[in-house]
Each structure stands twice: as C-alpha cells, then as structure tokens.
Design a protein around this ligand. Structure first.
Ligand SMILES: NC(=O)c1ccc[n+]([C@@H]2O[C@H](COP(=O)([O-])OP(=O)(O)OC[C@H]3O[C@@H](n4cnc5c(N)ncnc54)[C@H](OP(=O)(O)O)[C@@H]3O)[C@@H](O)[C@H]2O)c1
Length: 275
C-alpha cells in the first residue's frame, strides 16, 4: 500500500486523479491540498465517500502526514515550492503541473539526488502523448526539419504548454532541427516564426473550441508527416498515466521527464505477453 498526498486535489485534473486513487486498492490518499477547501474532508468536497483524507491549505501542512509519494497538481506559481517541501520531507514526487522552467528542474533534481528520491515530471500523462513523443523521436532521426503546433483553450495562461515544451526538448536531444531560412533572415516580424524552444519553432494557439492538443509537422522535399494528439474535454486521459507514475516513481533517483521513463514501449515479438 502506497500512501499518497495530492496537492491540487480539488482541481480539474486533481479531482479526477483523486477518484482514480479512491478506486485503486494499492493506493491510499492520506492528505490533500487546496486553499479554498482547507479543513474539509476531500470525500465531502468531491462527493466520493471513499476519500476520507483531510484537505490542508498548504503542502507543508499536508506533509505532516507521512507519505510515500507526493503528487503536485496545483499551478506553476506554487509547484516548485511544493515539490521542494515534499522532497525535504522524504517523499518521492510525481509532477503533473506544467510551466516549471529548466532552472526549476535543475534545482529540484539537485535536492532529489541529495535525498535519493525520484521525481517523475510529465507535462501530459495521456498515453497518446507518450506515444506521440516516441514516434516523433523516431521521425526526427530521419527527417531534419520540423515545427510544433501547441493547441489549447483560450484561458490557458502558460505558453507553450508543458506538452509542447517536453516534446521540443526531446526532439532537441535527437538532433538540432535544420532551417532553410535562418530566423534572423526572416522578412517581416520574427515572432511570426514562433518561439524557439530547444532549437524547435513552437507555435501556441489559444482559442475557444480547443481543449489540449499537440502536433509535430515534419517536412521533407515534396512530402510531409504530421503526428498529432488531441484530448477531449474530460480529465480522464491523464488518470491512468498518473496512477502508473505514482506506482513507479520510487524506482527513480533525481528528475526524470516523461512517462516513458517508467514504461516499456519497445515493440515485442508476436506471441509474447503484452506489457
Ligand atoms: N500532466 C498532465 O497530464 C496534466 C493534465 C491536466 C492539467 N495539467 C496541469 O496541471 C495543473 C493544474 O491544472 P488544473 O486544470 O487541474 O487546474 P485547476 O483546476 O485550477 O486546479 C488547481 C488545483 O490546485 C489548487 N491550488 C492552486 N494554487 C494553489 C496554491 N498556491 N496552493 C495550494 N493549492 C493550490 C487549487 O485549489 P485552491 O484554488 O482551492 O487552492 C486546485 O485544487 C496545470 O499546470 C495544468 O497545466 C497537467
């Protein structure tokens, strides 16, 4: 049985995950974090009687309960402080919150290694995103030019999304993308070419009518490959991946990015067992 603290348990993504934890026989939610619902039982807030954990107003208060894994699902402004507090308290950490910078992750990694704890950070827990990342890495080995389109609802404040950032970083590790026209030779406003992230041009679209999506477009002479993930309107796609991360994060030391750090994704020969 793993004891879990969930920060952001009353939010759009966190509340769905809390219900997922309630339905998992091997996980026990021992405390939750939400400023507006502090002092109440989470089960009462979410109308899920299996969740008897108390809601606390801060991560530090919640961490008075011993836990194995702390899940960070709040907002970018509070995420780093919560993660550092959880590591200092001896917990492994799963990070779902997007918007942390590379500098933030470097600081978190240093503390996690000093404490010999794992931090698994996934900008997107959906299986279709994990596969998009893998397929895109394969494509980048063969196709030297690509750009990323990052789609989200109009009121998403952070840009590019965690999903797009993670994708750009991963592709940058495969190789630096080529550009036929260098950015400084752009005729017109250079912003029209998007933001440069780990060498990749990323274009963030924020409009009503979108939920969350990411697309990588690879271009070769007279041919094009698009790899695209689109999520629907519920937070359901993120639950199974987050539960897997909670179960496996203790196998890691330091910061790992992406669910594939704990997922077997290589194809198996026909007739072998499914992962
Ligand atoms: N990795 C993934 O697969 C994935 C999927 C979906 C979303 N996300 C990311 O997860 C984050 C949360 O998204 P969301 O849509 O669930 O947001 P949300 O609905 O606004 O929920 C945020 C939650 O965090 C709590 N919170 C906010 N600020 C806090 C603070 N300073 N201290 C303590 N608790 C705080 C909120 O409760 P109170 O306001 O009551 O404090 C609420 O429970 C975002 O960064 C989003 O981009 C990631």
């Amino acid at each position: 049985m793993l004891n879990v603290i969930l920060a952001g348990a009353t939010g759009w993504a966190g509340s769905e995950l809390a219900r997922g934890i309630a339905g998992s026989a091997d996980l026990r939610l021992v405390a939750a974090v939400s400023r507006s619902q502090a002092g109440r039982r989470l089960g009462e807030v979410l109308q899920e009687p299996r969740l008897s954990a108390m809601v606390h107003g801060s991560a530090v208060e919640a961490l008075a309960q011993p836990c194995d894994v702390f899940v960070e699902y709040t907002r970018p402004e509070s995420a780093k402080g919560n993660i550092l507090a959880a590591l200092a308290a001896g917990a492994h950490v799963v990070v779902g919150t997007s918007g942390l910078t590379e500098g933030d992750f470097a600081e978190i990694d240093a503390l996690a290694r000093a404490r010999k704890r794992g931090v698994l950070a996934c900008g997107n827990f959906a299986l279709t995103v994990v596969l998009l990342q893998k397929f895109a890495e394969m494509a980048a080995r063969w196709i030297p030019q690509w750009e990323i389109l990052d789609y989200a609802h109009d009121d998403k404040a952070d840009a590019p999304s965690g999903t797009a950032r993670e994708l750009a970083l991963r592709l940058g590790r495969v190789r630096a993308p080529e550009r036929t026209v260098p950015l400084d030779k752009t005729v017109g406003p250079v912003e029209a070419r998007g933001a440069t992230l780990a060498g990749t041009q990323v274009h963030s679209i924020r409009l009503p009518g979108y939920v969350i999506g990411a697309e990588v477009v690879f271009g070769l002479a007279d041919q094009r490959l698009s790899l695209r993930h689109d999520a629907g309107t519920s937070a359901r796609p993120y639950v199974d991946g987050a539960l897997l991360a909670i179960r496996r994060v203790s196998t890691l030391v330091g910061v790992q990015r992406g669910l594939d750090a704990v997922l077997e994704l290589e194809p198996r020969v026909a007739g072998s067992e499914r992962p």
